[in-house]
Ligand binder design. Structure first.
Ligand code: NAD
Length: 504
């Protein structure tokens, strides 16, 4: 899909939505400005008064009926995703629909536990009861990208709603139609203003950031993420930033090479490589390098365009992919298969003779290219994998438990897959997000739900006494008493004292 801003029709300009596979115009959206965004946020603020006061049971009933409505519309929504993005049907079905349904299911089951009242250890203060409670933030602004326009729009939206917030979503101007269609299903189930969609380009997103929402959940590139954070800092609006990646795969000497090569091929080329956690680079140790590369190349050559891999979505991204491949080749890389493109289809491409002087090994490519580097040891593989400004996800393929444990501990990323890749996003109970420039904050799991909640600490006296020992005149708490208490509480453990006494 490409986007053209049309000339002024009414007061707003319009943006054309184009199917990247055919070039056909499949819709138009308004390019909304600050005024339209402010109106939507004001409506969401009004709706919050009621929605935020509902019981969690009522909110979950609503979310369950939305889930049923979405699942009942799977066919038409998946087709729309394919039209907007150029991805193949199964990618829409599995990586967008199934993943989102799983996330909803997780919160339907676990939100009552996560958002419930939690007793806390009062520590020294045995005369107190301590606990935490969670309440919604208010209005959440969600800004989403074009590569998974359904799951990355609805995932944060539903999570924020479950936590009791209302939501204003700004989907990518490249793929806005699926959010607009899905929102109709939410509205049909009631509470029309708790979830609204505002359409437009980066200007609309920027207006949402400064609109006075209570939190921004942004998914997109590092460059835009930095702008969002800088702008949000003006009003101290908290942000979740789910940004780009350059995920590494490490192949150890004792790896099952069939599984590793199947995973590398799928991990690099699913969704035409336009996945934030795609396998973007591989480090294979020298003893297995040749066999691994041979298997990857054979599998890559067997992929059927249109069946196994679809189109790229965004023309400027295609230019980045071509630029990275050309830069690598100019610096000495060899293309073993692929390398060409036709319209918005880029062949699945395998590169060798690569190193870290090339953009293909250091910058996010976000396309169907798999560079494989030979390394001398596992140590070098892990070092190279961590030699990146990104840290979204990583994977390791190995046989022995020691190597699996060592690698999963040393890989510096928000998630690590062992003898697997990409699946961490699909495990709804696990927090998802990055380290380093890949972002901050988490979606999914307990942490994801708590991102959209205010935590309150409550301490309650349980004695009913007229005064506490440390209150004025503070007679019971002399320095001598406190020091004794500290020695008793934090001094050497009994085991240490016994050891000291027997001199061992
Ligand atoms: P992008 O940063 O260009 O745009 C993302 C969204 O931000 C769009 O809706 C866009 O209109 C909006 N936007 C643009 N300028 C803005 C501004 N100044 N203020 C507020 N909003 C603004 O990203 P993209 O090209 O749509 O998506 C691809 C990127 O997203 C890749 O880098 C990919 O790795 C990343 N991504 C990350 C995750 C993750 O979970 N970490 C998931 C998917 C994609």
């Amino acid at each position: 899909m490409s986007v053209t801003i049309l000339s002024m029709a009414s007061t707003l300009t319009e943006i054309e939505c184009i199917n990247p596979a055919t070039g056909a115009v499949i819709g138009k959206i308004d390019n909304m400005g600050a005024a339209e965004v402010a109106e939507a946020v004001a409506r969401a603020r009004g709706a919050f008064a009621h929605w935020g006061s509902l019981s969690l049971v009522d909110r979950l009933d609503y979310v369950r009926s939305v889930r049923d409505g979405l699942v009942a519309s799977t066919e038409s929504l998946c087709e729309l995703i394919c039209d907007e993005t150029g991805k193949i049907y199964n990618e829409a079905l599995i990586n967008e629909f199934l993943v989102t349904a799983e996330l909803i299911d997780f919160y339907l089951k676990h939100a009552p536990r996560i958002l419930g009242k939690h007793r806390a250890d009062p520590g020294l203060l045995k005369n107190k009861k301590a606990y935490k409670t969670y309440s919604p933030l208010g209005v959440v602004g969600v800004i989403s990208p074009w590569n998974y326009p359904y799951s990355l729009s609805l995932g944060p939206t539903i999570t924020a709603l479950v936590a009791g917030n209302t939501v204003v979503l700004k989907p990518s101007e490249i793929t806005p139609l699926i959010a607009i269609e899905s929102q109709k299903i939410f509205a049909r189930e009631g509470y029309p203003d708790i979830f609204q969609v505002v359409t437009g380009d980066g200007g609309t997103g920027a207006a949402l950031v400064t609109s006075g929402v209570d939190k921004i959940c942004f998914t997109g590139s590092v460059a835009t993420g930095k702008k969002v954070m800088a702008s949000a800092a003006e009003t101290l609006t908290p942000v979740i930033l789910e940004l780009g990646g350059k995920d590494a795969m490490v192949v150890a000497e004792d790896a099952d090479l069939d599984r590793a090569s199947n995973a590398a091929t799928w991990g690099a080329f699913t969704n035409a490589g336009q996945t934030c956690i795609a396998v973007e680079r591989v480090y294979a140790v020298a003893p297995v390098y040749d066999r691994f590369v041979e298997k990857v190349v054979a599998k890559t050559k067997s992929l059927v365009p249109g069946k196994d891999m679809g189109f790229m979505t965004f023309p400027p991204q295609m230019e980045i992919v071509k630029r990275h491949v050309a830069d690598a080749v100019a610096k000495g890389a060899t293309i073993l298969t692929g390398g060409s493109s036709d319209g918005m289809f880029h062949e699945p491409t395998v590169l060798v003779d690569v190193d870290h002087s090339m953009d293909i090994m250091t910058e996010e490519t976000f396309g169907p290219v798999l560079p494989i580097m030979k390394v001398t040891s596992l140590d070098e593989a892990l070092e190279k994998a961590n030699d990146s400004k990104y840290g979204l996800s990583a994977s390791v393929f190995a046989g022995s438990s020691e190597v699996k444990k060592l690698a999963s501990e040393r890989l510096d990323a928000g998630s690590v897959c062992v003898n697997d890749c990409l699946v961490a996003f699909g495990v709804a109970s696990l927090p998802f997000g990055g380290v380093k420039e890949s972002g901050m904050g988490r979606s999914h799991g307990e942490e994801g739900l708590l991102e959209f909640s205010k935590v309150k600490s409550v301490v309650s006296d349980i004695t009913g006494l007229k005064s506490d020992p440390q209150w004025f005149p503070n007679k019971l708490m002399s320095p001598t008493v406190i020091k004794k208490l500290m020695r008793f509480r934090y001094g050497k453990s009994i085991a240490q004292k016994v050891k000291g006494a027997i001199g061992s």
